[in-house]
Design a protein around this ligand. Structure first.
Ligand SMILES: Nc1nc2c(ncn2[C@@H]2O[C@H](COP(=O)(O)OP(=O)(O)OP(=O)(O)O)[C@@H](O)[C@H]2O)c(=O)[nH]1
Ligand SMILES: [Mg+2]
Length: 220
């Protein structure tokens, strides 16, 4: 049970979006497992002086979300949701999750920001303006002090999740960062190098045996 001075924060998101990574980077503590207020979902709970963070298991993509709906229904009015969405699937995740939390209050943390092309912050600004939500992009594997501050500040004044706003299904500007194979200058060189490293183990035995074959031919 949370102490009366503690606020409850529910972390909600799709599977493998970095919820657990985020919470452990945020408060660096070990959790205990318990069912959240009689719901069927077993959650990891983290306690700090001011907060009780509930880390829910990830919603499976395209799955029945009833258990999550039940969990969300247990939240009281003044309690808060951290919606965790993966930057590489942000529009898709928000479209699926926002209807679940409409009417509740909270913030959005966008993980996997390190996988996004630099200079795409404008999308976040537009979405923040249109939704009225605070959206904080982070690399949860390497959470900066500024990210921590932004998250805790945003948690003090969470906004209501919109009833009607959803981002467009795909947003061309929120693109994954190109891999080094897609690099315009060096991509082709990397591809050849990769090909050679793959071919080398195959070609060495061939070279060895063909050398033996040819030397055998010369002897006879
Ligand atoms: N590159 C990158 N990797 C991340 C980030 N956040 C999490 N990961 C990695 O993604 C994987 C899944 O992270 P978790 O924290 O277990 O994800 P989760 O949402 O708790 O997963 P479930 O509880 O199974 O739904 C781990 O290997 C993390 O290290 C991020 O911002 N950037
Ligand atoms: Mg987890």
């Amino acid at each position: 049970m949370p102490r009366t001075t503690q606020r409850t924060i529910l972390l909600l998101g799709k599977e493998s979006t970095g919820k657990s990574q985020l919470i452990s980077a945020l408060i660096g503590q070990t959790a205990y497992s318990a069912n959240f207020r009689g719901s069927t979902v077993t959650c990891e709970t983290y306690e700090t002086k001011d907060y009780q963070f509930i880390d829910t298991p990830g919603l499976l993509y395209r799955s029945d979300s009833q258990t999550s709906k039940d969990t969300i229904a247990q939240l009281e009015e003044n309690e808060t949701v951290i919606l965790v969405v993966k930057a590489t699937h942000a529009a898709e995740d928000l479209r699926e999750l926002l209807p679940l939390v409409a009417g509740k209050q909270g913030i959005v943390v966008m993980t996997f920001w390190d996988k996004i092309k630099a200079g795409t912050d404008l999308v976040i600004e537009n979405w923040q303006e249109a939704s009225g939500l605070k959206i904080i992009p982070v690399n949860a594997r390497n959470l900066r002090e500024k990210n921590r501050e932004d998250i805790f500040t945003a948690l003090k004044t969470p906004s209501p999740f919109p009833q009607h706003w959803l981002p467009r299904e795909t947003h061309p500007s929120l693109e994954p960062a190109p891999t080094w194979l897609e690099n315009r200058q060096w991509g082709w060189l990397c591809a050849i190098a990769l090909l050679l490293t793959r071919l080398l183990p195959l070609s060495l035995p061939c070279l060895f045996f063909s050398k033996k074959y040819w030397s055998g031919l010369t002897v006879s």
